[in-house]
Design a protein around this ligand. Sequence first.
Ligand code: SF4
Ligand code: FES
Length: 591
Amino acid sequence: MPSITINGVKSDFTPGQTILQVSNRLMEEGKGVEIPQYCYHDGLSVVASCRICLVECAAPNAKTGQLEPYMGGKLLPSCQTPAVDGMVVYSDSPKAVQNQKAVMEYLLINHPLDCPVCDQSGECFLQDYSYQFGRGTSRFEEQKVKQPKKDIGPHVYLYSDRCIMCTRCVRFTREVTGTAELSVQGRGNKEEIDVFPGVALDNPLASNVIDLCPVGALLDKDFLFAQRVWFLKETPSIDGLTASGDNIYVHHNEGKVYRVKPRTNLKVNKWWITDEVRYGWKFVHAENRLRSPMRTQFGTKVECDFSRAYDEVIEGAKKATRDGKRLAVMISPMLSCEEAFLLGRLARRLDQNAILAVGPVPTLGQDQVFPKGVAADSPKAFVAYAEKAPNARGVRRVLSSIVEPSHIANYESLLGMLKSGNIGAVVLTGNYPSAWATDELMNALTGKFVAVIDTLSSALTDMASVVIPGATWVEKAGTFENAKGMLQAFEAAIPVIELAKTEGQIALDMMAILDGKASAEELSQSVVVQSTLAQVASGTQVMMPLGKAFNAANVRQEMAASSSALGVFVTDVSRPASEAARVPDVEMVDL
Ligand code: SF4
Ligand code: FES
């Protein structure tokens, strides 16, 4: 394999790779060869316009094999120059360093020094490179050119005076979405990014330009001044709203989610996510989150403890069977595979002949392929799926190991069975980001015992006999199967809100009661402990079950042991690569 040496570090490379790609890989491997870069991005075309990545190179003479200055010894853009076997590259030679300092000085001439009030502060390449590659002082004494702040779309502000003209945002709208809303207008120091008159930056992937902008020029309206980024903790997760299974990071602090960012996975979402996934988590902290179990008493909903709620669900199911009717359990496609497995088992424990159904799978329009005209299976394509549930396939896969696949009802057939009168008790799970039950469902439920495990209050929870508060996907661990059939695991980012419990825990609690391993009263007396989870703020209080605790990894083992068809949950589940230990870029001093 050909090899190249960058700043004294030798590395193999694949023919066709550029010097910068090799160096970026070495950085990821922790070998410490950092070449600064602004305009380069793995997902965009190469324009080599910012000039910060210039390096000095030498390569072996084809005839003599002697090392000679490459391309006449001129500085070369490492983002555009292919690696050559035997090449020796310096990004730390006096000539390369002088260029880095000159580029930094040039970029900062008109850049406002407003880091203390800039949202990008703490994750800004201009700020970081100023320390690493800049001059430290400015020789510029003239007036800075001031450029306007612009509202360029539903989610994005443009602070033009912070822009360094890397054109990543412009190339994104041309190459990835194909919508071309952004362009470079003007010349020289009046050059600025802008939208065309009357055409906002408004496409389903628009907010990716915020992540692409290496400085604080493109800002997220939703996150503006919401939190300093150094307070945020980052948990790798999976899109819990659509069938795409996009890989994401959940950024949170003190048990509150602040934003969602894309996590690179070239097999799924590449470097991008849709705005729907980016902003769809808001229901996690919605005002109408269910925070405590409730039961109907004299026609009104009253809060109760878990023991009462569990007892009523068990009694409601038993009464239905005593009356010669059946229990139906509807498992939402918003729940994880592990939860579907436990709820499926619970259903069978409550009634051997329980009907298992998959909840409604919402869709919106058609799958959208970006950029327009590209085939969905093209390596260039990004697909925004019409299916707005993360795990319909996973729930079906798991339930198929419990009952014959042909016996798994879908939402429509469940409605039909409810109307036929054979069903006396129903357990419905929701966890959708908005009200989901139709009038048709609510009419069909009249006169039956109805238990709802859901996250948001709604007309359905108002009419239910018992309501148990569930947990959203950012509050629990599990596995989703996406539209391509990939099984992807995720971990909890924040603790469960107030008295809610994960649906997996609710199923385990009820099975413990049915097994006589714990009384409902014991199970409802969760103890409050100080969290030791690394991803939640230290000292956060979380509720721990007294009975068997829900642990997604253990449930996957149980699933594999219960059926060979579910062996894939041990062998084929992808997990986020463990993050390399984060090393602070400033020396930490004990005070
Ligand atoms: S707005 Fe940001 S991404 Fe766009 S050209 Fe300017 S610096 Fe680059
Ligand atoms: S990253 Fe190479 S010129 Fe901009």
